[in-house]
Ligand binder design. Structure first.
Ligand code: ZN
Length: 149
């Protein structure tokens, strides 16, 4: 259930060439972002901000299915990237946690357009040990082994 949140603001972003454009409503008052040392997060150096998918609106192209996706492993995540410039803008899917299926959605925060009052340096980054599947360890202040800042 969604509750009213005075900190929600609309931000826009997209890939480098402009083929992918999106807008998102986010509460950045707590400045939370995350990085992970798993194979895909590391190689794409993704800076993730998670949000409810219904706060995300694809502006261009007309539908998600027009954007190529990359999947691997359990195929539970959809990594959407621009076919022209290669920039990875967002990912979503689901995972199993304590017997429940949890839906997830996250933008790559570096694809937010500059000039919207978001200072990426000020985000509080939670580091996760996805490489070892050690989600139970929780968010860390520093990257675990195999990760990077
Ligand atoms: Zn592009």
């Amino acid at each position: 259930m969604s509750t009213s949140n005075n900190h929600l603001k609309t931000y826009v972003g997209g890939c480098h060439c402009g083929a992918i454009r999106y807008s998102v409503e986010m509460d950045l008052s707590d400045g939370k972002a995350s990085k992970c040392n798993c194979s895909i997060c590391l190689k794409s150096n993704r800076l993730s901000i998670t949000l409810d998918q219904d706060r995300f609106k694809l502006v261009s192209p007309a539908s998600l299915t027009e954007i190529p996706e990359y999947q691997f492993g359990t195929m539970s995540q959809h990594h959407r990237f621009c076919a022209k410039c290669g920039i990875h803008c967002f990912a979503y899917g689901s995972y199993e946690w304590e017997g429940q299926t949890v839906k997830n959605f996250g933008i790559n925060a570096v694809t937010l357009d500059p000039g919207q009052g978001v200072d990426l340096r000020e985000l509080k980054i939670a580091y996760w040990d996805g490489r070892d599947g050690n989600w139970a360890a929780g968010a860390m202040d520093k990257p675990p082994a195999g990760g990077c800042y």
